[in-house]
Design a binder for this molecule. Structure first.
Ligand SMILES: [Zn+2]
Length: 421
């Protein structure tokens, strides 16, 4: 790779922020290492690949990662026989981990996963201090800590920021609303900057959309698929508890992630946040555009505009299934087209666009963007986009904003900025 190419220079000059990825998932579930590059990386879906290990993040120029913690929902394990099968690996340490992770309540599992990731960060940072050219990876528990890390420049540490995916992670033994709110406050105090309100399955906060790509369906047992179809109700939104959680998040200054929410649940969030007058708090961290792929998971143009007008960001997911209504193995085209649509939906502005790769979230990344180290290809692609032969579609500043500037602005102006509602 030629170090002086304009796109590589631009990529490394930019502060690159991935607003949604899951480095903690496979390391906790399958004891996969985050310290080394995954040499056996596959382009296609394979649950054991690790795409956000620390060396891959460094190679891809990632400066800030919003690291999503996901306590596996019990039904995910029941519904996906492949994951159930991996549980039977006869290594005693894996078995022990599975017992720890599958034992409810979810809030306890979530704390366990946060501890586990923090230990891995500490171990790597100790090691990287002794290895020339390796950036440490440091947890930022607040906006002030994030600024301190960023002030150390491009050779300074990579910042991790905790986020939570799925409101089920707030459920303790009692499962009551006061307990859910108390857990939300504890996780926020611990440094969790954002909560995705729902994940694969409906929970105490609200209703989720159908979670699986079409091509996974043959892997699901028929009975379980039918049950899931029965449970998903696209006319339902947030529960009263979900509405209370959103109000408390606004008060705390915790980012509200509407990915996986049904359209009515998203509308509930817009209504509550709109009435509060708060800004820079709503994001869709890993989605596509409904006008390009009409799936209820994706945002309609008016929603993208709403988020842009309220200082939030919309992160493009690096997974074709959500971006295109047809099957393709290559993704850069789909990602670039989606970014173009996000801009068009907001009158040509790019100030609300971000990257939410969803790497390591049991996703199937495209062949031309298969792990974090390949993110510079996106910069190369955006730089090559033209409205006419003589006119580039995006300025350097636009590209820097998409790669991380917009996400950083939301973090700086939203995270921890308490609002009274
Ligand atoms: Zn997700």
């Amino acid at each position: 790779m030629n170090k002086s190419t304009p796109w590589l220079d631009l990529h490394h000059r930019a502060i690159v922020v991935d607003i949604h990825a899951h480095p903690a998932l496979k390391s906790a579930l399958f004891h996969k290492s985050l310290l080394r590059r995954d040499k056996a990386i596959q382009a296609f879906f394979w649950p054991l690949n690790v795409r956000t290990n620390f060396p891959a993040l460094q190679a891809g120029g990632v400066d800030v990662l919003l690291s999503a913690i996901y306590a596996p929902e019990k039904r995910l394990i029941e519904d996906l026989p492949l994951i159930k099968l991996l549980r039977l690996i006869p290594w005693s340490f894996v078995r022990r981990t599975w017992k720890d992770l599958m034992k409810p309540p979810y809030a306890v599992v979530t704390r366990h996963l946060l501890d586990d990731l923090e230990q891995r960060l500490a171990a790597y940072s100790q090691r990287s201090g002794k290895t020339c050219g390796q950036r440490p990876v440091v947890l930022a528990r607040s906006g002030a800590e994030l600024e301190h890390i960023l002030s150390q420049g491009a050779d300074g540490p990579i910042a991790f920021v905790h986020t939570l995916e799925g409101g089920h992670c707030l459920e303790g033994a009692a499962g009551t609303e006061p307990e859910i709110i108390a857990n939300l406050e504890q996780f926020f105090e611990r440094g969790c900057a954002a909560l995705t309100l729902v994940h694969f399955y409906p929970n105490a906060l609200g209703m989720s959309v159908f979670p699986y790509p079409q091509y996974v369906l043959p892997l699901l047992p028929r009975k379980r698929l039918d049950r899931l179809m029965d449970d998903i109700d696209l006319t339902r939104g947030l529960t009263p508890t979900g509405r209370s959680v959103v109000r408390r998040m606004i008060e705390l200054g915790m980012l509200i992630d509407i990915s996986h929410c049904t359209p009515p649940a998203r509308r509930d969030v817009y209504e509550i946040v709109g009435q509060s007058g708060a800004s820079c708090l709503v994001m869709a961290s890993h989605v596509g555009a409904y006008s390009l792929n009409p799936n209820p998971y994706n945002l309609e143009d008016w929603e993208i505009r709403w988020i842009a007008n309220h200082g939030g960001v919309v992160g493009v997911i690096l997974m074709n299934y959500w971006l295109a209504p047809y099957r393709t193995d290559l993704g850069l085209d789909c990602v670039a087209r989606t970014i173009g649509q996000f801009a068009a939906a907001a009158g040509g502005s790019t100030e609300h666009i971000a990257i939410g790769s969803d790497f390591d979230g049991f996703t199937d990344p495209p062949d031309d963007l298969k792990d974090a180290s390949e993110l510079p290809r996106l910069t190369e692609r955006l730089l090559a986009e033209h409205d006419s032969p003589a006119r580039r579609r995006y300025t350097n500043q636009d590209i820097e904003n998409i790669l991380g500037g917009n996400a950083l602005r939301m973090l700086r102006e939203g995270w921890g900025k308490r609002t009274l509602v």
